[in-house]
Design a protein around this ligand. Structure first.
Ligand code: SF4
Ligand code: SF4
Length: 221
């Protein structure tokens, strides 16, 4: 082990401190003297990498409310409520059993770390490509995904969605969200079936009907 005591050690420490600061500042200094670039957002789309971690996409109809995402979350910002246990019906590719009463994420706390998505056993939670959400209060930072699902959305919508004239890139993205272009299960490509499955996931009676139907089938056998 190197001896950093004495006069030599004193100057060695100073040199190391200066050197590490210079190494750390190298990238910043390069940009300080580089050409300034102005991105004309929102007229021009922001360049987001494929691995970008934005506001989540949530496929409620495939969620089994297992709480694994909530347990993996380092800041406890996922809230889940269900009427009864849920499991995936492999034939239909959607979850059955209880109804989803609540699935919410508090974005005032979320770190966008992606741990919740990695742990999801049904791959129904994804980091999305929405980066521009804002709100005036902390309460408004809580996104109620079950309520969004009632309106046919898998992800919160940024304010520019409400504008009449949005740029070409933004209207294309809007269209993709409407058509569930980012979904990856066997309901993709059929927005009507998808919206119905989302509504079913919220409806305890629909789930109960499925159960009764199953029991009736058993009796007749
Ligand atoms: S881990 Fe996936 S399936 Fe389980 S509650 Fe979270 S989103 Fe739903
Ligand atoms: S991205 Fe990270 S902080 Fe945000 S909800 Fe998921 S696990 Fe929690």
């Amino acid at each position: 082990m190197q001896d950093n005591t004495g006069r030599t050690g004193y100057f060695l420490n100073i040199w190391r401190t200066v050197y590490t600061i210079l190494v750390g500042m190298r990238v910043s200094l390069k940009y300080c003297f580089g050409k300034t670039v102005t991105v004309q957002y929102p007229d021009v789309p922001p360049v987001l990498q494929p691995r970008y971690r934005g506001f989540h996409y949530y496929e409620i109809e495939r969620c089994i409310a297992c709480d694994q995402c909530a347990r993996a979350c380092p800041v406890d910002c996922i809230y889940i409520e269900k009427t009864a246990p849920r499991k995936v019906d492999k034939e239909k590719g959607v979850a059955v059993g209880g109804a989803m009463e609540r699935y919410a994420i508090d974005y005032a706390k979320c770190l966008f770390c992606g741990l919740c998505c990695e742990t999801c056993p049904t791959s129904c939670l994804h980091m999305g490509n929405i980066h521009d959400m804002s709100a005036y209060t902390r309460e408004d930072m809580i996104v109620e995904f079950a309520e969004l699902a009632r309106e046919g959305w898998q992800t919160p919508q940024p304010l520019w969605m409400e504008k009449e004239h949005v740029g070409d890139w933004a209207s294309k993205r809007q269209q993709d969200w409407r058509e569930f272009a980012f979904s990856n299960d066997n309901l993709s490509g059929d927005p009507v079936a998808r919206r119905q499955a989302m509504l079913d996931a919220l409806d305890p009676e629909k789930m109960a009907v499925k159960k009764v139907k199953k029991e009736t089938k058993k009796d007749s056998e």
